[in-house]
Design a protein around this ligand. Structure first.
Ligand code: C2O
Length: 627
């Protein structure tokens, strides 16, 4: 495939050609559609979920956090390892993994195999009331142990199509499959409810790895874990619609035609008698209604889009920023290293990927109901899987991985170390069999036998932001850098914080070739935030004093950091980090010859709740992404 040229058949006739059913299949679908569905809207809050709620919240795993920030890259690792009684027992105490640590191995989920799973206990506030169950462990299995997954060979390929261009037949089939999953009993791991719980178990503290709570967000496990999660969800769905080419659609929020959610996902009922299995009760009322366009830069409060730019402009420039300039290498796209013994709150690199912290989180928060204490369903990991939109959303997130890779841009490649390749997870397949899968096997989609019928990415692939400040090289507030130099531990709460940063090359001219291979990046490390609250801030370079008015469409906006709550213990402190590519930004604002720049960090409230963030370190670096 040529880089960046994708085509999409948008007429439903050409799509339905691909997916036309035999008369028998059509008859079967009709018959099923007539059945009285056991599913009712009220079973979204099913009584058994409430019965299973704990009377007291289980004590989460106790973590011993480092007393001071440990810039562990500067620590001689041998000192950590020698004479301290074993690698993991020592280093996992403060969550600093060894340079030689193994890949993360998620525990067996087969309950007869031992008490490897416990009630979820982190990332939500149980005191304020819960709308979903925290009993997230899978049901008992008839198997004694999981086996390494054997990829079906040979097989047909499942096609993932954009949600907004599905044919009526495809929609009917999709609804039918989801309804079948909703109708499965609670002891079937393939049921819609048990699939939702998979996410909760892996993200809200049901599992441990090397003595630490397992967390598959906020690190380089994010993309591969979700790829597999959807893979099995899709196969289960395909099993129930009895179609080997049936793919999970993707919510194409990066395409102008996909920015509005189609009505067939929004309606409560599909007919007088039948509820709509794609409907979810717990969604944001002001967003989840016909005709409202998604905000891929959602800040937690609705943005007033200015007179110069539309919501579509914001979305296009957001996609461009998060897929190109802020995703310049494996770490900035996938997130930081997370290995056996890593703490769930802070991966070894303290880094989260641009897509995960950006549009991915924005969509979760935009869909989740802000009136609910934990922003159920989509706004919190423990409940997100209960909304069918979750799978459609993540199908597009997964598509971003394929697009990013296919761009053939320097630096766009997967992590290569054994500690990433060998990381593994356990899922139930479409025959209820527990299977273990490894990161290394999900890199090549030929293995997984699904592919994307890509829509066009023309609206964002070259969509560069424009500078806001008339000429930032002569603008006095930018030129004089009236901010102070950055000192460690800056507190971000209500008001923007500004400071000056020196550039590594002192403003010397660089050749285009050099700029292609060596990226100038703004590193924000040691972002400490309250893991019980959503946290978000935006970063600007030379904003000439009015950052509050700058949108994603403008060059001075370097990018955003946002996290969904995922932690709870005595300290509740989560730690992360972000890197922003500023090579193109500096070109656009005409500041390439500046010795230093002014950086502004602006907190973004959720309703009127301001984040509590402490940033340990910010610096500008040059990194060679060509290696
Ligand atoms: Cu596992 Cu979108 O989250």
């Amino acid at each position: 495939m040529a880089p960046l040229s994708f085509t999409l058949a948008t007429t439903s006739s050409s799509l339905s050609l691909l997916f036309s059913q035999t008369p028998t299949q059509q008859r079967q679908l009709k018959t099923h559609a007539k059945q009285t569905h056991r599913f009712q809207v009220s079973c979204n809050v099913s009584s058994d979920d409430h019965e299973k709620l704990p009377t007291t919240n289980p004590q989460p795993q106790k973590l011993i956090l480092p007393q001071t920030s440990l810039d562990w890259q500067n620590v001689d690792r041998r000192n950590l390892l020698l004479g301290l009684g074993g690698v993991y027992s020592t280093v996992s105490l403060n969550g600093v993994p060894s340079a030689f640590a193994d890949a993360v191995k998620s525990p067996s989920i087969v309950s007869s195999f031992g008490p490897s799973c416990k009630e979820a206990g982190s990332g939500f506030n149980a005191d304020k009331g819960l709308f979903r169950s925290t009993a997230c462990c899978p049901p008992p299995s008839k198997y004694v142990k999981e086996e390494d997954y054997v990829f079906p060979q040979p097989g047909e390929t499942r096609i993932r199509q954009p949600l907004h261009s599905l044919s009526p037949e495809y929609i009917e089939k999709f609804r039918y499959g989801i309804q079948q999953m909703r109708d499965l009993p609670d002891d079937d791991p393939r049921s819609f409810k048990n699939q939702a719980k998979v996410h909760c178990a892996y993200c809200n503290g049901s599992y441990t790895q090397n003595g630490q709570q397992l967390q598959i967000h906020n690190s380089w496990l994010f993309f591969p874990f979700h790829r597999y999660y959807l893979y099995f969800f899709e196969r289960i769905l395909g099993h129930f619609v009895d179609d080997k080419t049936f793919g999970l659609p993707y919510w194409n929020w990066d395409n102008p035609d996909g920015m509005v959610i189609p009505n067939f996902v929004l309606e409560e009922k599909q007919s007088d008698t039948n509820p709509n299995p794609l409907y979810d009760l717990f969604r944001e009322k002001k967003h989840i209604k016909p005709g409202v366009m998604i905000d891929l830069d959602f800040t937690g409060t609705d943005r007033i889009v200015g007179k110069y730019y539309s919501q579509k402009d914001v979305n296009d420039t957001t996609m461009n920023r998060q897929m190109m300039r802020n995703a310049f290498d494996a770490k900035s796209f996938f997130g930081g290293r997370y290995v056996a013994g890593s703490a769930p709150i802070a991966n070894a690199d303290n880094l989260v990927g641009a897509i995960e912290a950006g549009c991915h989180t924005a969509v979760h928060r935009w869909v989740g109901d802000s009136e609910k204490p934990n922003h159920e369903d989509m706004g919190n990991f423990y409940s997100a899987g209960y909304d069918p939109l979750f799978y459609l959303h993540h199908s597009n997130v997964d598509r971003m991985w394929t697009l990013w890779k296919d761009m053939e841009v320097v630096g766009h490649k997967e992590p290569e170390g054994e500690d990433w390749l060998n990381a593994s997870y356990v899922f139930f397949d479409e025959n209820q069999k527990p299977v273990r899968v490894y990161n290394r096997d999900c890199v090549n989609l030929d293995n997984l036998k699904y592919k994307y019928l890509h829509s066009s990415i023309d609206s964002w692939k070259d969509r560069k932001p424009k500078p806001r400040c008339a000429n930032s090289s002569t603008n006095t507030s930018a030129k004089n850098m009236n901010g102070e130099d950055f000192k460690s531990n800056v507190v971000i709460n209500k008001t923007p914080v500004r400071f000056r940063l020196n550039r590594p090359n002192g403003g010397e001219k660089r050749s285009p070739e050099d700029k292609k291979n060596v990226k100038e990046i703004l590193c924000v490390t040691g972002i400490n935030f309250d893991g019980m609250k959503p946290a978000k801030f935006d970063v600007f370079v030379n904003d000439c004093g009015d950052s509050t008015k700058i949108t994603a469409c403008e060059s001075e906006y370097a990018g955003t950091f946002a996290a969904i709550p995922h932690k709870k213990d005595e300290s509740m402190v989560c730690k992360s980090g972000m890197r922003f590519g500023i090579t193109e930004l500096l070109e656009e604002i005409n500041a390439e010859d500046h010795k230093s720049v002014q950086v502004t960090i602006e907190p973004r409230p959720t309703k009127d709740e301001y984040p509590d963030i402490n940033i340990e370190k910010i610096e500008i670096k040059l990194i060679d992404v060509s290696k």
